[in-house]
Design a protein around this ligand. Structure first.
Ligand code: NAD
Length: 500
């Protein structure tokens, strides 16, 4: 159910297709009162939803998934219209997302059901168990670049864990949110998933409302504001933020594969991917060969017309950020593909710049456009050091045929996910958690950790019999204390530091 059904809009957001500027749709802007009402309805819905248990929720979630899947092409059309991405990319987004929804629905019980843990020798008289319970209502705030896949990384897992969700989509892309809420209303019919369309103020109102957790995906700058606002009520957040992700190429790498993945990772979705490739570090001996292959593949891309392989910048004004980064990179670097002329309004042809100063904005900041920097390094170790040299730490990729070297690099990279010999390899594997470190955020969506992220852990210790050595009483004896004193070194006093 959306707020459009519930309230008389006082203000509206109008979405436009970035490709031709045509109006796509108009949505109400929910104010604080409407958002509070949506959260209250979700609160009521959450009681029914959590009461269903894992099996009941699984059945409804799979029915919702099927309702979306049966009209997947229609959803892809809405995604494409509001983001400007090619229809085929939107179809891929829908497919990837439904894989996650399926996994979350089918695995919530196995991951979250109450399980027994060992109580240990001293506590032999306790039956100990851990359970994962829903928070209640989760407020989800989403970005526009993957308007279905990205917020659903939170929504699917939060719902499967038994929470109700109020979803505030980006003001650029409310369409998919409203559409999936309609499918929810048809397939499930309770106020468990509610959408509040609107702008930044609507997002702020959601954080200030009576939600029990906030799942935020967007820029690092906004995440800081959301975190500060959530701190007012000590509400926990998961923050999925930006990145300036690096791809590392060793001397023994398959250069054709690396070049193909570089172009896909850097230029796909016009570079507007949080975990897209923004920097390449290549070992000097294969640098010329790699740059030549990247150049050949990037120059073949079609970036305008009906068969364009990526669309224009979705966010109006983003081309100015790209321009600033290109200008800065060209102060020290050399253009291998394109340059400032590649920026034609919001349509930007591929730009590849080599030998860029590590301090430049193109290296240190998130560009979010079809620009990639390729810098030579002496070794894979140096590549790792440079990859770790920004404030961000979302993901990285390593190309080498040497499994041990790849594993060493993956271990040393300060990021939340690593692909070896591909890019974004983790994104479709539902069992793999996703999230960043440092300024790229914290907390995890996807996988078992994603289900636990939306759960409150509850420990239960059930006493099965009176303890022989009973210390949890005001009436403990001198003899009991004496026994305890003698037990401590026996239990805990035997470890020695390893030699050398
Ligand atoms: P943004 O930070 O501008 O906005 C994100 C959302 O926050 C929008 O819905 C917006 O309305 C809302 N918002 C803005 N101000 C708010 C406030 N004060 N309180 C509450 N909500 C507020 O980001 P964007 O431009 O929509 O998205 C692009 C960014 O998202 C990039 O940095 C990208 O890397 C990041 N991103 C990260 C991931 C990830 O999983 N790590 C995925 C996709 C995108």
């Amino acid at each position: 159910m959306t707020l459009m059904d519930q309230t008389q809009p006082t203000a509206e957001v109008t979405t436009r297709n970035p490709v031709d500027g045509s109006i796509v749709a108009t949505y109400p802007i929910a104010g604080p009162a409407e958002v509070a009402a949506a959260v209250a309805r979700a609160r009521a819905g959450s009681a029914w939803w959590s009461g269903l248990g894992f099996d009941g929720r699984r059945a409804y979630l799979l029915a919702w998934k099927s309702a979306i899947a049966r009209r997947a092409d229609e959803l892809a059309g809405i995604i494409a219209a509001e983001t400007g991405k090619p229809h085929g990319d939107a179809v891929l987004e829908v497919m990837l997302t439904l894989g996650h929804l399926d996994w979350a629905a089918k695995n919530a019980k196995g991951v979250l059901r109450r399980r027994k843990v060992k109580a240990g020798l001293v506590n032999y008289n306790q039956h100990a168990s851990v359970g994962y319970e829903p928070y209640g209502v989760v407020g989800v705030i989403g970005p526009w670049n993957y308007p279905f896949y990205t917020p659903m990384g939170s929504i699917s897992y939060a719902l499967a864990a038994g929470n109700a969700v109020v979803f505030k989509p980006s003001e650029l892309t409310p369409g998919p949110a409203v559409w999936i809420a309609e499918r929810w209303a048809e397939a499930v019919g309770h106020d468990v998933l509610t959408v509040a369309t609107g702008d930044r103020a609507t997002g702020a109102a959601l954080v200030a409302a009576d939600v029990d957790k906030v799942a935020f995906t967007g820029s690092t700058a906004t995440a800081k504001k959301v975190m500060a606002a959530a701190a007012e009520r000590l509400v926990p957040i998961v923050a999925e933020c930006g990145g300036s992700d690096a791809l590392l190429v060793a001397a023994d790498a398959d250069l054709d594969a690396a070049a193909s993945f570089i172009v896909f990772g850097a230029m796909g979705n016009a570079g507007q991917t949080c975990a897209g490739v923004e920097r390449v570090y290549v070992v000097e001996s294969v640098r010329d060969a790699l740059v030549a292959k990247v150049k050949e593949a990037a120059e073949r891309l079609r970036t305008s017309g009906a068969d364009a392989q990526y669309g224009p910048m979705t966010l109006p004004g983003q081309e100015e950020v790209v321009r600033r980064h290109v200008e800065d990179a060209l102060r020290t670097g050399t253009a291998a593909v394109g340059g400032l002329d590649s920026i034609q309004g919001r349509t930007i042809a591929p730009i590849v710049i080599t030998d860029v100063d590590e301090r430049s904005d193109a290296v240190q900041e998130e560009t979010f456009g079809p620009l990639v920097v390729i810098n030579p390094v002496a070794s894979l170790d140096e590549a790792v050091r440079r990859a770790n040299g920004t404030q961000y730490g979302l993901t990285a990729a390593v190309f080498t045929r040497d499994k041990a070297a790849a594993a060493r690099a993956a271990a040393a990279l300060r990021v939340g996910a690593v692909s070896i010999n591909s890019v974004l390899g983790f994104a479709g594997v539902a069992a793999l958690p996703f999230g960043g470190v440092k300024a790229s955020g914290f907390g995890r969506i996807h996988g078992a950790d994603g289900l636990r992220e939306f759960s409150v852990v509850k420990s239960i210790a059930r006493q099965t019999r009176k303890a022989m050595l009973d210390l949890l009483t005001m009436d403990r004896t001198e003899k009991d204390l004496h026994t305890a004193t003698r037990m401590i070194p026996m239990l805990h006093g035997r470890a020695k530091a390893p030699r050398g």
